[in-house]
Design a protein around this ligand. Structure first.
Ligand code: KG4
Ligand code: ZN
Length: 341
């Protein structure tokens, strides 16, 4: 089955994205980010779905044009069914249904988290990218998820560790918010951390059984620490911004790495990938690469454009489902939580 061309649509959170993939090669990947949330310090669901409605037509149109094709040349349409914000998902799901119906082509529903993981199988027109071999372990870290996933095959995955409270991205975002740094906090902390001393401050590390994570204790201890310091010196944050960011980032990475290393030992797997928005973090990328050299892992660190939400990864999962004949019906509706999948 060659020359299969798939359109991917992603609208689960605050990015409207459309991408075209042909035989695993990405021909376009258009992302419209929504600035309206910035002043609220987080995503406002109602505003997100309205912005998706405004963006979806031009984003899909641009993705087709950049790929140099028309909708008639599509073989199938992949869309994010969930998890995510219901109102946001509804825009992408409805649009996909309309387009599939109009062109009489099949649709494939995609689990957003599988999308992040399978982004490791996309190639670029100018070069092939390294693909992990099965089975591999994927540390999936985003604004809503922190999981260690045992990937046995393209669509055969098992979550072997997950956060019992906040996600790693949330820890970045919430701590950035209390420091008054803006949203999303991850990239801002990452940038400021480069100038700071990662050993300057020590924050609480959780003790959770097995391969599970916890980040809410870190967030709370960070908050109390700041409160006490500010009581003595009102300029504490301003004067220690870089060191605070570096130390916080160091702690989050340490927590993530400890369980990832534990998982590689438990499953005796040396194929290790990272995915999701937080995999854009320069400290985490370095830590995984260095640990990989030390422990003889083959590491898979995604291109930056595949770390945060994008439709390329959705189209990739769609392509695999298309080849397997796993199509979705027109009466499918979005799913908000991953547990419902
Ligand atoms: O995968 P994603 O785009 O959306 C979700 O599915 O959640 O991830 C967004 C998350 C946000 O929490 C953001 O702060 C974080 O990824 N993030 C980063 C970096 N870039 C994005 N966290 C740390 N360092 C970064 N460079
Ligand atoms: Zn995501």
């Amino acid at each position: 089955m060659d020359d299969i061309t798939i359109l991917g649509i992603e609208s689960s959170c605050d990015d409207t994205s459309a991408a075209v993939i042909r035989d695993g090669i990405m021909l376009s990947n258009v992302i419209a980010s929504q600035d309206v949330h910035r002043k609220y310090g987080g995503v406002v669901p109602e505003l997100a779905s309205r912005a998706h409605q405004q963006n979806i037509v031009p984003v899909v149109d641009t993705a087709l044009k950049e790929a140099g094709i028309t909708a008639e040349q599509l073989d199938g349409i992949a869309y994010t069914r969930g998890p995510g914000l219901l109102g946001s998902l509804l825009v992408g799901v409805s649009f996909a249904k309309g387009l599939a119906l109009a062109h009489d082509i099949p649709m494939m529903e995609v689990n957003h988290l599988q999308g992040h993981i399978l982004s490791h199988f996309i190639d670029l027109p100018e070069r092939k990218l390294p693909h992990p071999t099965f089975p591999f372990l994927c540390l999936l870290v985003s604004g809503g998820h922190s999981q260690i996933v045992l990937v046995k095959d393209y669509l055969d995955m098992e979550i072997v560790g997950t956060t019992i409270d906040d996600a790693a991205g949330e820890a970045f975002d919430k701590c950035a918010k209390v420091m008054g740094l803006g949203y999303p906090g991850g990239p801002i902390i990452d940038k400021l951390a480069k100038e700071g001393d990662p050993k300057k401050f020590k924050f609480a590390k959780p003790s959770v059984d097995g391969l599970d994570y916890s980040f809410s204790g870190l967030k709370t201890s960070f908050l109390y620490f700041l409160r006490d310091e500010i009581a003595e010196n009102p300029n504490f944050i301003e004067e220690n911004k870089a060191d605070l960011c570096a130390s916080l980032q160091h702690t989050i990475i340490d927590i993530l790495m400890q369980k990832l290393i534990k998982a590689t030992k438990q499953f005796e797997i040396k194929e290790v990938a990272i995915a999701g928005g937080v995999s854009a973090n320069s400290g985490l990328r370095t830590a995984v690469a260095e640990e990989g050299i030390k422990r003889g892992w083959n590491t898979y660190i995604p291109e930056f454009k595949f770390t945060t939400d994008n439709a390329g990864m959705i189209a990739m999962v769609g392509l695999i489902k298309y080849k397997r004949g796993e199509f979705s019906s027109l009466d499918v509706c979005p799913i908000a939580r991953s547990a419902e999948f």
